[in-house]
Design a protein around this ligand. Structure first.
Ligand code: ITT
Length: 185
């Protein structure tokens, strides 16, 4: 089956190509510009995207993700893209200076629309914490400052290692479970 991933983010695209590709899906990139709404949850953003894009596309997935820092009640969360653009990783590390509670989670919500089927969303989270300094040069976005094991940042993991434990990797597993269970019906 062919899956079109509509995203402007090359890092996400590489991860989808790898995880879905390994499961036998043919992955291609779609770049249909659409206005993402600002909402309180990733699910709301994705549901709106599904609605808007379904008007012109009949088969695609979209992904809205965010980094939720416990000490800041989930900020940047749904504002993650803006926070990365304005503060960057260095700015976030500065905000975290002297903060002992460094717990954070990455969350990924995938919206999926396939021909002749109702659109749906699946979400997954990955718990970890914010490092004291940037580490690694792989990955993208907040990867250099996020760790799950307290040792290596996501930017020190190769794509397969990251996909095995990450919010996106887990959300893809949930997506594929759902697709397969629907196919078996
Ligand atoms: P889309 O076109 O798919 O919306 P985007 O880059 O705007 O791409 P999001 O709004 O979903 O994506 O992501 C919010 C921010 O969180 C953005 O700056 C990403 O780079 C970052 N981010 C998302 N997933 C990440 C991951 O797995 N590792 C590191 N940073 C991530």
């Amino acid at each position: 089956m062919k899956i079109k991933v509509i995203t402007s983010n090359e890092g996400k695209m590489r991860e989808y190509a790898r995880s879905l590709g390994a499961l036998g899906y043919e992955v291609c990139k779609g770049k249909v510009p659409y206005d993402e709404i600002q909402a309180d949850t990733l699910e709301e953003v994705v549901s709106h995207g599904l609605k808007v894009l379904s008007e012109t596309e009949d088969s695609f997935i979209i992904d809205d993700s965010g980094l939720f820092i416990d000490r800041f009640d989930g900020f940047p969360g749904v504002y993650s893209a803006y926070a990365l653009r304005t503060l960057g990783n260095e700015g976030l590390l500065k905000l975290m200076e002297g903060v002992d509670d460094r717990r954070a989670s990455f969350v990924c919500c995938i919206g999926c629309k396939l021909p002749g089927r109702d659109a749906f969303t699946v979400s997954a989270a990955c718990e970890g914490h914010i490092l004291e300094e940037r580490r690694g040069s792989l990955g993208f976005g907040f990867d250099p400052i996020f760790t799950t094991d307290g040792e290596r940042s996501f930017a020190e993991l190769d794509i397969d290692e990251k996909n095995r434990i990450s919010h996106r990797g887990l959300a893809v597993a949930a997506l594929v479970d759902r697709l397969r269970s629907e196919e078996g019906r």
